[in-house]
Design a protein around this ligand. Structure first.
Ligand code: GAL
Length: 646
């Protein structure tokens, strides 16, 4: 059974409402509530003065209804008294000024005061609730991102981080190429955070990559600090933190090392894009989350109503979306789906980010669909099952950062590179893992490694030996461009990978939004953003350009390498291009594919304990009809069907 839950804020509601809320949850089939991630000012209204009474009563109430509780450390929102008295707890902006308080997430992870007061409140919470069997898991903070705090503490720590990594200023100057624009450091005090109003793209890219790595390390240290604290009191605690694909992304892999479970805040779009080529499916996000620890994960916040607040509201979830998208998450490895939020707020900045029940407090369509979801999830026998795949897509936090520092051309986004292949694979009915490039490759037949921009020699070696031993590797444009320091490598691209690809890039054309065309298998495809003009050196040509000054030149190649092969994709197409390409790659690798699934129908399988559950999801806002497993399927918009085989 996958557990369905809700995010609940007892501190927002009159206590007289709690009992009826908890009762309705229990009747509806809610199995878990998450609480207290923003409630520090209610738990410690004054320095050293604690009030756990209300939380005791809430915990006891839900426990009495048989509902599990995920308790959070409230460190996302230190109270205003804390910031006022201990201003080092506040982040410092690039202007050098402390961030203005009054919203949330203002804390500096490295602040000694924040650490001190966090430790005290976390100890109080774990000592109080650690032995309560109803509290089954702990969430650290909320949506931690690698914020660029420029305070004196972070500045000192950044210097220390560089000193430990490089040893001397000479090595830093060499690694960063700091002599460009006379940026050489001659004293440690000259190393600073990126203060000022310059666009970040004007800073030295090596420095910027290290700065972001340092900010990621600050989040990781903060998560480890909290996880260790929780475990001191509750050695067997199940610990998570809810994450998402934010601007200053943490390194998901390192951040989750001290955690037991990855959890994700999942808000699929409620209005499907008009462009049929838009890659809107959150299957990508879900596969990325499952790949962080390569095991099942949780959803800690799930779409429940019309999103809005700091932006104009967007469409209410259409009928079946709430249920369908929660089941889509389960299909892709979620064991728990907690909905944001039980009831829409009546005060505070997020009153128009809607929950399951509107401000009217009258349960209606969305709530009844949620209730149906609770029943369906309870009936699903997913215990002991997992998603496995023959195909892995590689993700690199460093490459994501480096491409944000130096965007390559209009429309070129790292996530889109990954999403295009992911979409190609799932359009053929195959499962796909998205994993760290440092993860073990054994067990996979195909490794797709889009845009290996920052070169990591150990990953290069492992990709060569993967192909050598019979695997299929797929590489793309903008691979082998940079070294570990984010400097360009002086060699024909794809540099370190050239022997594996059996081709080099003669010239490239960053065409941005403009269109070019390639011919593949007798069909013409529109491409955009990037055109590598390839020079084969042993590789066979699969697709060639049909226009521009490089008309007739190769755009996609395949090379035999050892017992395996390597494809090189020099340009960026639309959805049909990737479907065609992936069909060729997967069938060549001997994998089963289904070529006639309707667009946006997603299959995925969870296996284990001698059974296999196949999930069939219509991620379209229109009905579809098709044959699969010798049966006719007709699926309503956003409907999920399952087939269990033993
Ligand atoms: C998440 C956040 C929640 C809430 C939600 C809807 O990013 O964790 O606290 O803000 O978005 O806006």
């Amino acid at each position: 059974m996958a557990k369905i839950g809700v995010d609940y804020y007892p501190e927002h509601w009159d206590e007289s409402l709690w009992e009826q809320d908890a009762e309705l949850m229990a009747q509806t089939g809610v199995k878990v509530v998450r609480m207290a991630e923003f409630a520090w000012s209610r738990l410690e209204p004054k320095e050293g003065v604690f009030d756990f009474g209300w939380l005791d009563r809430a915990v006891e109430l839900f426990a009495s209804k048989g509902i599990e509780i995920i308790l959070c450390t409230p460190t996302n929102c230190p109270p205003l008294w804390l910031y006022e008295k201990y201003p080092d707890a506040l982040q410092t902006e690039r202007s050098g000024q402390p961030i203005a308080t009054g919203i949330r997430g203002h804390r500096c992870y490295n602040s000694p005061s924040l650490r001190k007061f966090s430790e005290r409140i976390i100890r109080r919470l774990t000592e109080r609730y650690g032995s309560n069997p109803a509290v089954t898991a702990w969430q650290i903070d909320n949506e931690l991102d690698a914020v660029h705090c420029c305070c004196p503490e972070c500045t000192e720590r950044f210097r220390k981080y560089l000193k430990e990594k490089y040893g001397s200023l000479e090595s830093i100057n060499k690694a960063f190429g700091s002599n460009v624009w006379s940026g050489e450091y001659s004293a440690w005090t000259q190393i600073k955070p990126p203060l000022g109003s310059y666009p970040l793209g004007w800073y030295n890219p090596s420095y910027m990559l290290e700065w972001h790595r340092f900010c990621q390390k600050s989040v990781n240290d903060f998560v480890r600090f909290q996880a260790e604290l929780i475990r001191e009191t509750i050695p067997e605690a199940v610990i998570t933190t809810n994450t998402w694909l934010c601007e200053n992304a943490p390194d998901f892999y390192k951040m989750s090392e001290p955690l037991d479970v990855v959890s994700y805040d999942n808000y699929p779009p409620t209005r499907l894009p008009d462009d049929p080529d838009a890659l809107y499916s959150h299957a990508f996000h879900l596969d990325l989350m499952r790949g962080i620890k390569r095991k099942n994960f949780w959803i800690m916040e799930q779409l429940s109503g019309a999103p809005g607040c700091w932006m104009p509201m967007t469409a209410a979830p259409k009928p079946e979306m709430i249920k369908g998208y929660a089941l889509q998450a389960i299909a892709r490895g979620a064991d728990s789906v907690v909905h944001f939020r039980w009831r829409s707020a009546v005060s505070g900045a997020e009153m128009f980010w809607h929950g399951l029940i509107d401000q009217s407090n009258v349960p209606s369509r969305r709530f009844y669909e949620f209730a149906q979801l609770c029943r369906e999830a309870e009936a699903l026998d997913t215990d002991g099952t997992e998603v496995s795949s023959d195909i892995a897509l590689l993700y690199s936090p460093d490459t994501e950062t480096a491409l944000k520092i130096q965007p390559q051309t209009d429309g070129f986004h790292y996530y889109n590179q990954l999403k295009s292949f992911h979409d190609g694979i799932i359009s053929l009915g195959a499962n796909c893992d998205i994993i760290s490039q440092s993860a073990d490759f054994s067990g996979y037949s195909v490794i797709i490694a889009p845009t290996m921009f920052i070169t990591d020699e150990s990953v290069v070696k492992r990709l060569y030996s993967f192909a050598e031993n019979g695997g299929t590797v797929v590489l793309t444009n903008r691979s082998g461009v940079k070294d570990q320091y984010n400097n360009c490598i002086m060699a024909p691209l794809p540099a370190a990978y050239s022997e594996l690809t059996g081709c080099t890039v003669q010239e490239f054309d960053p065409i941005g939004w403009d269109a070019a065309h390639v011919e593949m298998n007798g069909r013409e495809y529109e491409v955009s953003c990037w055109c590598d003009v390839l020079k084969p050196d042993g590789a066979a040509v699969i697709a060639s350009y049909t226009d521009r000054f490089y008309k007739g030149s190769p755009a996609v190649t395949v090379n035999s390498f050892g017992r395996g092969k390597c494809y090189y994709v020099g340009t960026i197409g639309k959805r049909d291009f990737y479907k065609e390409l992936c069909a060729r790659i997967l069938s060549d690798a001997g994998l089963d594919i289904i070529t006639d699934l309707p667009r946006n129908v997603e299959l995925s399988a969870r296996k284990g304990g001698g059974k296999e559950i196949i999930f069939i999801f219509n991620n379209n806002d229109k009905e579809v009809e098709f044959s699969y497993l010798n049966k006719k399927f007709r699926l309503k918009p956003f409907e999920m069907k399952t087939v269990t085989q033993s």
